[in-house]
Structure formats: structure tokens, C-alpha cells
Design a protein around this ligand. Structure first.
Ligand code: UT7
Length: 349
């Protein structure tokens, strides 16, 4: 039994904001030169006020389903084909740090309803920027334990620009909004041995001792907003940039080395490493330490900035639609972020 990605999709808000435009709009004391040289970011896409994580997730999910509907020789009516494909979804796993609602309901349930995925169970995953890597393994687990579940949607969706302190220039320039989704199918092909397919192995790790380095400290049960309280800045993500930077380089270096060694392969056997897009310098530093050419790491941070749990599925969809993934290619998805969490999936495309 293998767990294979058969469809991908992404949703990118149309409003593109360059570094210079952001600095002007939000009155940030920064420059395009600083942001580019310290992060590799050139622009980000920002969701409109009325757009929530579920809206972007829904669009990405529909595109991923449209891909499999087309592969299944879809009827002429594309919308009908997507609606039919939605009825075949058994599980929706949605990774986000910026859900539609605090407490309940889950963002996955909103997507389940709007998609018309009537028979799907639906859960959110809170694992920061590693959410998609965790989500794939959770979805594979849901499919593995039940004969009746065959198809899952795994989505990463974020509207981080709504949880940003625009007066913190070390953090606010980093984030962008977007969503990516994949269809994960249980197939009868082998997961190991000759002809192996799909997710070969996954490493998931957590280090809660670093929780304070990336934290939205207001609004949860630790620090609830109180009736009548006036807050200067809405709930937002605070970050110890240096600590997260050091953690991230170590997490990528160790996890990529570990998953290669567990599988008994080298980086030469891998077509792409698709890392969470947090900072191009983090990826370059890890590539140097691993002695893997930078070109093997797919980077699109220049266009989208850091979209947390959405960054890996967005990158995967870009690669897929650009025809840069061949059947049989080995791919490593590598996530790291709030929690602290980190992990990787090794996949045969
Ligand atoms: O998804 C996972 C979450 N996040 C990450 O992975 C981010 C990890 N951390 C980082 O990427 C980097 O630490 C940052 C990009 C956040 C910061 O880069 P840095 O090279 O570590 O800069 P720094 O914080 O050490 O600051 C260097 C200087 C400071 O000025 P002084 O004290 O040297 O005069 C900052 O005030 O750069 C200044 N600075 C800025 N200047 C212009 C910080 N932010 C900005 C800015 N524009 N936006």
C-alpha cells in the first residue's frame, strides 16, 4: 500500500506588494536592499481584509481536485467534475497557524462544507511552518488505518499578514499569504522495495523548549483577551530571529542528512529538496553544511516571502505545473518552524 500525491493546487492572493511598496504602505524603516540581502525576499502577496485562511485553502483544494478530475477524463463541466471529486474525499487535513476562528470550528471544517466533501473527516494541524510535513503523515495515517478511506486532501493555508506587528521591522517584512493543497491517494502499489511509490518515509520532530522563540502571546488560554481590554497591537507573531535562524539551519542540516541515511541514498539520488521558504540565507547555509548544491533546493521566496505551512505545497505545485517533476523522481519536503517543530517527507513522485 502506497500513499501517492496525484494532484496539486495553489491559491495566491492577487495583491502583490514589493518591499518598497510595503515599506511605504506600513511606514517601516527598511529598504529593498536590506530585505533582499538578509532574506532573499522581493515581494509578498497579501490577502484582502475579507479573505480568511479557509478561502485560500478552498481555492487551492479545488485546483488540486480539478487536476485529478482532469486526469480521470473529466466531463466538460469543470465545476461539476470538481464537485464530484470532492465527494470522493475521505479526509481533509489542513495545516495553518492562522485559522479562521480561535477555538472552534476548525478551518478544515469550513473547507469541508464549502467544498461539498460530504463524507470527509476534517481536522486542523497546528505545527507552525512544519504543518504540511506533519499533515502529509497524519493524512497517510488516516488512510492507512481504515479500508474505507482512500483519498485525502492535505492543505497548508495562511494569512500571516493579519497577525503581523508592523512596528517590528525584523519580523513584519518576512511574511506573506497563500495556500497550497495536494490530493493524497492510497494505492495498491508498494511503499517499499521494487517499484516503490509515494511517501517512502517521514521524520517528525518537536522541541517545545524553543516555544518562546516564535509565539503569538495574546488571545489564547495562557493570555486571553479580557472584556474591555484595549490592545495597542492586535494578536501577532513575535520572533527571536537569531534563535530561529540558528535552529533552522541545524534542523535542515540534520534532518536532510538523517532521511538520506535512513533510506541509504545520497543527495545525488534526489531530484529536488523543497524546503520551507523562510529565508534564502538559511537554505544557503544548510546547503553549504550538507555539501549539496544550492540548485537542488527549490526556492520561490523572492516572490511569496514566508507563507508558513503553505510554502511547501505552493512550491510543490509550482514545480508540478512547470513540468519539473518526472514520475519516479525522489523529492524531500523539509519543514521547520514554530513549536519548535521540524521534519521531512521523502517521496517518490
Ligand atoms: O518560518 C520560520 C520563521 N522565521 C525564520 O525562519 C526567520 C529566522 N531568522 C531570520 O531569518 C533572520 O534572523 C532575520 C531575517 C529575521 C534577521 O536577520 P539578521 O541578519 O539576523 O538581522 P539582525 O536581527 O541581527 O539585525 C541586524 C540589523 C539590526 O540593526 P543594528 O542593531 O545592527 O543596527 C536590526 O535593527 O538589521 C536591523 N534590521 C533591519 N534593518 C532594516 C532588522 N530588520 C530590519 C529591516 N530593515 N527590516
Amino acid at each position: 500500500m502506497a500513499f501517492e500525491i496525484t494532484g496539486t493546487g495553489r491559491a495566491i492572493p492577487s495583491r502583490r506588494v514589493t518591499n518598497d511598496e510595503l515599506a511605504k504602505e506600513k511606514e517601516i524603516d527598511t529598504s529593498d536592499e536590506w530585505i533582499r540581502s538578509h532574506t532573499g525576499i522581493g515581494a509578498r502577496h497579501m490577502a484582502e481584509e475579507q479573505v480568511a485562511a479557509s478561502d485560500l485553502a478552498l481555492e487551492a483544494a479545488r485546483k488540486a481536485l480539478a487536476m485529478i478530475a482532469a486526469a480521470d477524463a473529466a466531463p466538460a463541466d469543470a465545476e461539476k467534475a470538481v464537485a464530484e471529486a470532492a465527494l470522493s474525499v475521505d479526509a481533509i487535513v489542513l495545516a495553518t497557524a492562522t485559522p479562521d476562528f480561535l477555538v472552534v470550528p476548525s478551518t478544515a471544517c469550513i473547507v469541508q462544507d464549502k467544498l461539498g466533501a460530504k463524507r470527509a473527516c476534517a481536522i486542523d494541524v497546528s505545527a507552525g511552518c512544519t504543518g504540511f510535513v506533519y499533515g502529509l503523515e497524519i493524512a497517510a495515517g488516516l488512510l492507512a488505518v481504515s479500508d474505507s478511506r482512500k483519498r485525502a486532501l492535505v492543505i497548508g493555508s495562511e494569512v500571516l499578514t493579519k497577525f503581523t506587528d508592523w512596528s517590528d521591522r525584523g519580523t513584519c517584512v518576512l511574511f506573506g499569504d497563500g495556500a497550497g493543497a495536494v490530493v493524497l491517494e492510497k494505492t495498491s502499489l508498494p511503499q517499499q522495495g521494487t517499484g516503490k511509490r509515494g511517501i517512502l518515509r517521514t521524520i517528525l520532530k518537536a522541541d517545545g523548549s524553543g516555544a518562546e522563540h516564535l509565539v503569538c502571546s495574546h488571545g489564547g488560554s495562557r493570555n486571553p483577551l479580557k472584556a474591555g481590554e484595549t490592545i495597542a497591537i492586535p494578536p501577532h507573531i513575535g520572533m527571536n530571529g537569531q534563535a530561529v535562524y540558528n535552529f533552522a539551519v541545524k534542523a535542515i542540516t540534520e534532518t536532510v542528512a538523517e532521511i538520506l541515511s535512513q533510506e541509504g541514498i545520497t543527495a545525488n539520488d534526489v531530484a529536488w529538496i523543497v524546503p520551507h521558504q523562510a529565508n534564502a540565507r538559511i537554505i544557503q547555509a544548510a546547503a553549504r553544511r550538507l555539501k549539496i548544491p544550492e540548485e537542488k533546493f527549490y526556492l520561490n521566496i523572492e516572490e511569496y516571502a514566508n507563507t508558513s505551512a503553505a510554502s511547501i505545497p505552493i512550491a510543490l505545485d509550482e514545480l508540478n505545473r512547470a513540468g519539473k517533476l518526472a514520475r519516479g523522481d525522489l523529492i524531500i519536503l523539509m519543514g521547520f518552524g514554530g513549536g519548535l517543530t521540524y521534519g521531512a517527507n521523502l517521496i517518490v513522485w
